[in-house]
Design a protein around this ligand. Structure first.
Ligand SMILES: Cc1cc2nc3c(=O)[nH]c(=O)nc-3n(C[C@H](O)[C@H](O)[C@H](O)COP(=O)(O)OP(=O)(O)OC[C@H]3O[C@@H](n4cnc5c(N)ncnc54)[C@H](O)[C@@H]3O)c2cc1C
Ligand code: FES
Length: 309
């Protein structure tokens, strides 16, 4: 039996700021299954007790391994799928075992337990008007698979642009293709070396394809920061709204440790100045937004892309 969630978040109405310090809980989750997802990645299904909030696409959770664990801090992970039921909530992840924490996570098997804190952060504003264009770089496809499912449930079709350095980094490509076909969306592939799809970056492919898509467009994206910066500049140059899921090394995931700063744009600094004195303290400060509470999904115009690392 999984224990009931302990409600630690600051429940209640969503704050009137572009951020989330809202309702989250910490639960003991159980591994339902863990399987290879291609190109060295894994797909993990966890079961949380009913009452754990069903995340939105783009939100993340903090996974904390049970002792004895080789790592002290939890690891942030985007939600790749979520299903709420009467008795439990199933939450899925697509991840790469890159270091000590994720390698230990990869050794968990059915029935093992892990502590989970969430749902955290601000997700993609999928209700935004326009043709949704999802742009994924490598394993950044994880939250966008979830976004495609959510759009489909809302009766909306999307375009998915999926790029990587080479075909070997297009993790879960066949699954993405199956989902898109089922969902009535279209998949556009790009690889830097031309080993699959268009030869070049996914932003170059978008640039070529955009005139053929039904406008207005609205972009939702996740991938390496270099790719997101290029996409943000492309979108800003054309007045296309873009929402970009960022990553940062994180400790708390809730705005307390101040360890995940993202440089604000001038417009975002101005908004902070105007709200002065009335800015929730778990969001960022005058110069930096916190990735965990004001993000991880940021509007392109809210960050200073020259200073994003
Ligand atoms: C909001 C958010 C969502 C994320 N979603 C996913 C996801 O869906 N799938 C997935 O595979 N990973 C995701 N990550 C990254 C994941 O959290 C890191 O890969 C993980 O923390 C590494 O932990 P580790 O103990 O295995 O590696 P460590 O031993 O801590 O580090 C190993 C290597 O990974 C690098 N690394 C550590 N943290 C990150 C990071 N946040 N981003 C990029 N590189 C990092 C380190 O610099 C080092 O090179 C996400 C991160 C954030 C902040
Ligand atoms: S991770 Fe602690 S403030 Fe963001």
């Amino acid at each position: 039996m999984t224990p009931a969630p302990s409600r630690n978040g600051r429940g209640g109405a969503a704050p009137a700021f572009a951020g989330s310090t809202g309702s989250w809980s910490q639960v003991r989750a159980r591994v339902l299954s863990q399987r290879p997802y291609g190109e060295g990645h894994l797909w993990l299904d966890l079961e949380a007790p009913a009452g754990f909030g069903v995340p939105r696409a783009g939100q993340f959770v903090q996974l904390l391994l049970r002792p004895p664990s080789p790592v002290l801090l939890p690891r942030p992970m985007s939600v790749a799928a979520a299903k709420g039921g009467a008795a439990a909530v199933t939450i899925s992840f697509l991840y790469g075992p890159v270091g000590t924490g994720t390698q230990a996570l990869s050794r968990l098997t059915r029935g093992d337990e892990v502590d989970m804190l969430g749902p955290l952060g601000r997700g993609f504003p999928l209700e935004a008007p326009g043709t949704p264009v999802l742009v994924a770089g490598g394993r950044g496809v994880a939250p966008l698979l979830f976004a495609a499912d959510a759009l489909r449930s809302a009766g909306r079709r999307c375009e998915l642009f999926f790029g990587a350095r080479s075909s070997a980094q297009l993790c879960g490509l066949e699954d993405a293709r199956r989902r898109l076909t089922r969902l009535g969306g279209r998949l556009h592939l790009a690889t830097d070396d031309g080993s699959r799809g268009f030869r070049g970056t996914v932003v170059e492919l978008l640039d070529r394809t955009a005139p053929k898509l039904e406008g207005p467009l609205v972009l939702h994206s996740c991938g390496p920061h270099g790719m997101l910066g290029a996409l943000a500049r492309w979108a800003q140059g054309r007045g296309v709204p873009a929402h970009l899921a960022m990553e940062s090394v994180m400790a708390c995931g809730t705005g307390v440790c101040r360890g995940c700063p993202m440089p604000r744009s001038a417009a975002s600094m101005e908004r902070y100045r105007r709200a002065r004195g009335d800015w929730p303290s778990l969001l960022g400060n005058a110069e930096y937004a916190m990735c965990c509470t004001e993000g991880p999904v940021f509007a392109a115009e809210d960050l200073d892309w020259d200073r994003v690392e």
